[in-house]
Design a protein around this ligand. Structure first.
Ligand code: HEM
Length: 139
């Protein structure tokens, strides 16, 4: 088992102002669009058939992370994100593809979803670090 060189407790979470600016609707829409990108990507096969349902599950997690209500914990329990990703072989190429899909929605996120522009840099750094923590296949 590949264990990435990350201390997860040291990863700086995204700004909790993001929820205040975006609200649940915009966050949910951003994740629907992210999953449309994933659906067109080289890692599509890892994901379930119903990408809209998968997008909503992910959105529940980020709503809490961005400073909103802890919907993911309420619905699904302890996030344990690395453990939940272990069934999927995530190597550097899969991580790069995932990040590239995310980048395509983040580019226009201030205009599209009212994502606060001053929080974009911190969120990109969070995604870079947390996605490294999700890797479970080295290469
Ligand atoms: C490194 C690249 C990543 C890949 C390839 C990846 C892939 C996946 C896959 C295949 C699923 C299962 C989808 C499903 O069954 O519904 C999933 C679920 C999820 N991922 Fe990722 N992921 C990555 C990184 C991340 C990161 C960095 C986060 C959070 C910051 C994240 C958050 C989630 C959440 C919240 C779910 C739903 C978990 C659940 O099923 O309960 N993922 N991801």
């Amino acid at each position: 088992m590949f264990i990435p060189p990350v201390i997860p407790q040291r990863i700086i979470p995204p700004s909790r102002e993001i929820y205040a600016a975006m609200g649940q609707e915009n966050i949910t829409r951003m994740f629907e669009d992210f999953y449309v990108e994933l659906e067109k990507s080289a890692i599509r096969a890892m994901f379930p058939a119903d990408m809209r349902a998968a997008a909503h599950k992910s959105a529940a997690f980020y709503i809490g992370l961005f400073g909103g209500p802890p919907l993911y914990q309420q619905r699904y329990g302890n996030p344990m994100m690395r453990a939940r990703h272990l069934p999927f072989p995530i190597n550097q190429a899969a991580r790069d593809e995932w990040l590239a899909c995310f980048e395509r929605v983040l580019r226009d996120a201030p205009a599209q979803y009212n994502f606060p522009p001053e929080s974009l840099g911190g969120f990109r750094e969070f995604l870079r670090d947390f996605s490294l923590w999700m890797m479970n296949v080295g290469e």
